[in-house]
Design a protein around this ligand. Structure first.
Ligand code: C2E
Ligand code: MG
Ligand code: MG
Ligand code: MG
Length: 279
């Protein structure tokens, strides 16, 4: 039962999800209720260009203010939302919200900024992702290329005609596509070969020890060069220390993102941060 779980009851929902329809029903009700009641919030984490040192983008990262469980991180509910299919309405909300936020930042004078949203494989398979994105762009009148769709490598993405078509449609809207957690997943190189992508986000596991471990540095450097030779924008994730940033700059990595720059923060806080930022 949920009472015996560690961090919060949702962990148990997840384990039993496919077997116990009661738990699943409660989760689904909670999630839909949460969506209607505005319990979801986007946090934003900045991305910095290593050459110009400017803030070039913000990644939107969802949080759930649950009435019982408090602040829940996406790792604890996105997988569940994928199983139940609720990721589709949730994902629509994320896209709408992020597009509106970018419009607001543009109006405040933050120009040339991109906003990245994370999209699960399931959202490509179900629903009408290109139409949802199109509508958000039309409503907000943002530059399509300033909206970046991040997709995580996964087995579910392999060779699926529908997913490829959706990606092409998204590209045709003028939006950009990034491969998230690059290197950590199932079939990285095939993705580079087949997907219409513009950027690569190197998983933080490959960045962690680049300043202290030669082997790790060699791998990271090779990944960066691979991305660059394919004319992709290369972003390193999970920068926590100055030394990592310095090493990545030497390796000519384009952009960095991580706690060293800023943790993901709510709109108000990240806007203040942006106004005061200098590297
Ligand atoms: P991600 O897209 O790879 O996002 C990066 C994660 O690493 C975020 O965790 C972020 O807070 C964390 N992070 C950033 N910098 C650092 C650092 O320097 N050190 C460490 N240790 N961690 C860092 P978060 O926000 O908990 O999100 C986890 C994952 O949940 C995301 O990984 C993404 O795959 C998924 N996710 C988040 N928001 C959404 C969403 O709106 N829709 C979907 N489908 N998935 C989402
Ligand atoms: Mg991401
Ligand atoms: Mg990532
Ligand atoms: Mg991830």
């Amino acid at each position: 039962e949920a009472k015996h779980s560690g961090r919060n009851g949702l962990q148990v929902y997840q384990d039993s999800m496919e077997h116990q329809s009661k738990e699943r029903l409660i989760f689904e009700m909670n999630l839909m209720q949460g969506l209607h009641e505005g319990q979801f919030q986007l946090y934003y984490q900045p991305q910095i260009d290593l050459h110009t040192k400017k803030v070039v983008g913000m990644e939107a990262l969802i949080r759930w203010h649950h009435h019982e469980h408090g602040l829940i991180s996406p790792a604890d509910f996105i997988p569940l939302a994928e199983i139940t299919g609720h990721i589709v309405p949730l994902g629509e909300w994320v896209i709408q919200e992020a597009a509106h936020q970018l419009k607001e930042w543009n109006a405040m004078g933050f120009r040339g900024l991109t906003v990245s949203v994370n999209i699960s494989p399931r959202q490509f398979q179900q629903g009408n992702l290109p139409e949802v994105i199109q509508e958000a762009i039309t409503q907000t009148d943002i530059e399509p290329s300033s909206l970046i769709i991040e997709i995580t490598e996964s087995l579910a993405m392999e060779n699926q005609e529908r997913i490829m078509k959706q990606m092409d449609a998204i590209r045709n809207l003028g939006c950009c596509i990034a491969i998230d957690d690059f290197g950590s997943g199932y079939s990285s190189l095939r993705y580079l070969q087949h997907f219409p992508i513009q950027s690569l986000k190197i998983d933080r596991r490959f960045v962690e020890n680049i300043h202290s471990n030669q082997k790790d540095a060699a791998i990271a450097s090779t990944m960066i060069n691979l991305g660059k030779s394919l004319e992709l924008t290369v972003v390193a994730e999970g920068i926590e220390e100055m030394e990592q940033l310095k090493t990545l700059r030497k390796m000519n990595c384009h952009q960095v993102q991580g706690y060293f720059i800023s943790r993901p923060l709510p709109v108000q806080d990240i806007t203040t941060w942006m106004e005061q930022y200098s590297l």
